[in-house]
Design a protein around this ligand. Structure first.
Ligand code: GRF
Length: 206
């Protein structure tokens, strides 16, 4: 079995897409080992609990208060995942940039979902920034990508799947968001399927 850790910070609709895909048998050989949030009130934690999945709240605040660093936080995050025997990591709306203290423990096995195409609108507020760019006539589409996270660069790395999403002249921001989220929910499952089936076939040939 491939054991996924899903890291979230908010609503968790992409986590839900992964849970649903696992429960429907659309991700054979894949199970969600643990869900971690850096925010206590992240609704994704509730979604995890409802489906009987381990849900861990891992806040940065106490580390800052004790004068500890992001490296300490990231090392403990890796430890939590190891305790749940996770071997792949999906960042599904996770709002921290991960340092090498974490990435070094899951080298080549960390995926990030971002609501924009490669090289366009990295960082937070990507959908709103694309929407504003469209209103200025600078772009007529944005997109979604899922990529590997090789290092601390934000929303950059080898792309696993990507898809353009049109921005129509009469769109409200909410309409664009809904169109993007629908694509995200499909692509995140597709990306996990691709990388884990490649990993499973490698394991069988070894
Ligand atoms: C998604 O749009 C994701 O691409 C972005 O944050 C959002 C998370 O949504 N990084 P949800 O928590 O999965 O509903």
């Amino acid at each position: 079995m491939v054991r996924l850790a899903v890291l979230i910070s908010g609503h968790g609709s992409n986590l839900q897409a992964l849970i649903d895909a696992c429960e429907r048998g659309e991700l054979p050989g894949v199970e969600i080992a643990v869900v971690v949030s850096n925010r206590r009130d992240a609704y994704g934690l509730e979604r995890a609990r409802r489906h009987g999945l381990p849900a861990v709240y891992h806040p940065l605040g106490p580390y800052r208060e004790r004068g500890l660093s992001r490296t300490d936080y990231d090392a403990d995050l890796a430890l939590i995942l190891e305790q749940h025997r996770a071997d792949w990591v999906v960042l599904a709306g996770w709002m921290h940039v991960l340092s090498d203290a974490f990435l070094g423990r899951f080298r080549g096995r960390v995926l990030n979902l971002h609501p924009a195409l490669p090289g366009q609108f990295p960082g937070t507020g990507a959908i709103a920034r694309a929407y504003e760019a469209a209103r200025r006539g600078e772009v007529d589409h944005t997109g979604v990508m899922v990529h590997f996270v090789p290092d601390e660069q934000v929303d950059a790395g080898p792309v696993i799947v990507q898809e353009a999403v049109p921005i129509y002249p009469g769109d409200s921001l909410e309409e664009l968001e809904a169109r993007i989220h629908a694509v995200e929910h499909r692509l995140i499952v597709e990306a996990v399927r691709r990388v884990t089936s490649a990993a499973q076939s490698e394991a069988h040939t070894q």
